[in-house]
Ligand binder design. Sequence first.
Ligand code: UDP
Ligand code: MG
Length: 330
Amino acid sequence: MSDPQISIVAPLYNERESFPHLVPRLNALMDASPLSIEVVLVDDGSRDNTAELMQQVALADGRYHCVFLARNYGHQIALTAGMAAARGTEGLFIIDGDLQDPPELLPKFYAKLKEGYDVVYAVRKKRKEGLLKRTAYFLFYRFMKSISYVDIPLDSGDFSLISRRVANVLNKMPEESRFIRGMRSWIGFKQIGVEYERDARAAGESKYSFKMLRRLAYNGIFNFSEYPIKFVSRLGMFSIGAALLYFIQTLIKKYVFGDVPEGFTATVFLIILFSGVQLIALGLIGEYVLRIFFQTKGRPLFVVREVIREQERLGDDLPVFSDEKVKASS
Ligand code: UDP
Ligand code: MG
């Protein structure tokens, strides 16, 4: 069998309740679609019988492929495993296994891919989740946007259709703490958002604990922003500035009004001043650590969209823009 055009990649962790809803929806989508589609399901070390259910489906239907991870590695790693296994020649459609991302949007996303976009990401218009979670997400995405050096779109998660070449670059990025929506933005090419309404879970409860969400948020902030360490340096400068102002104010008080208690000023001044000096020193060390940190990530330095060589330009034929020429260089 030749490779499918599209791979649908869905990670599953303890999705016993929602899995029986997922399969009929995917089947209906594949049956109706003119595209050749495979489904890559990743079991992220489920403790319930999700893995068995997956196996049953895969044995009965050749369009389903399963990857079973050795333990629970977390959603981002499970997705990474699924993307590595996916064979779709045109694109990878990344969805959650709990049907919060309606798979029926594939044709709409695919049309954009055909228009020449490499990343078609979903933008949530509405979330059907608790107020607390919605607010936290709302604030996080806006904070992230304001501090990140990559333009990460607002209110969009991993739900997306990515082209084969974007998947290839992602598969080549070895970074260990993964924030896939950030990495996806980092790559570049033409990207476009499509609005959708995020559904409620098909069944069961969220598998993302508060701790896991916090970790994801930290990965986003620390992997795509230098702001935290810059903030320390700025705090240090602020502190030194405050110390100097305080010093001037005290001098004026002493010589103009003559009402300053002896000894007190020098102590406070020195404390504020040297706190500032220490913060700046920390910030300086942080800058070095930051550079080491980004170096160890081992990201490609750039991604080439296309190359035109002299020969081709001078040759009789028009230049051919094929995907073979598009390679991630490291
Ligand atoms: N998931 C996973 N590993 C985990 C946690 C979650 O593979 O450790 C899967 C989960 O089964 C679901 C998707 O990731 O298909 C999104 O998780 P969830 O729905 O629990 O997160 P939420 O939508 O509540 O943010
Ligand atoms: Mg969910």
